[in-house]
Design a protein around this ligand. Sequence first.
Ligand SMILES: [Zn+2]
Length: 138
Amino acid sequence: MAATDEVYLGYTTDEATTPFFREFLDALAEETLMKSVCTECGREYLPPREYCQDDLSKCELKEFKEREAKLYSYTIVDFAPETLSSKAPYVVGIGEFPSGLRLTAHITNLMSVPEVGMDMKLAFDEVDERLVTYKWLV
Ligand SMILES: [Zn+2]
């Protein structure tokens, strides 16, 4: 259920500007995270990119199932965008999965200062019927 006192780095379904991004958001609404894979060189992107930045080839979406990650880096946001200003300070962390892919999300249940290398788990959060996002739990 919605936890409206938390901070979200996410998407609303209204933001889908291409069929590719729409497919990503529709999957996210079902708590399925998609990566993209370049059809030419095989490079993977998370969050997905529609076109490969190396060769500009089209990428295709594939389900991303990893959930365990290590904290690669983080920042403490003191000066937040206006919509999140009441939540500051909050922590945004980059998690690195065993595959090497990295994902940025809020770390929502910290009880102390984060430490690079600590274990994190990716979780989904249903903010409302239009917004499902992901977050890190430690
Ligand atoms: Zn490529």
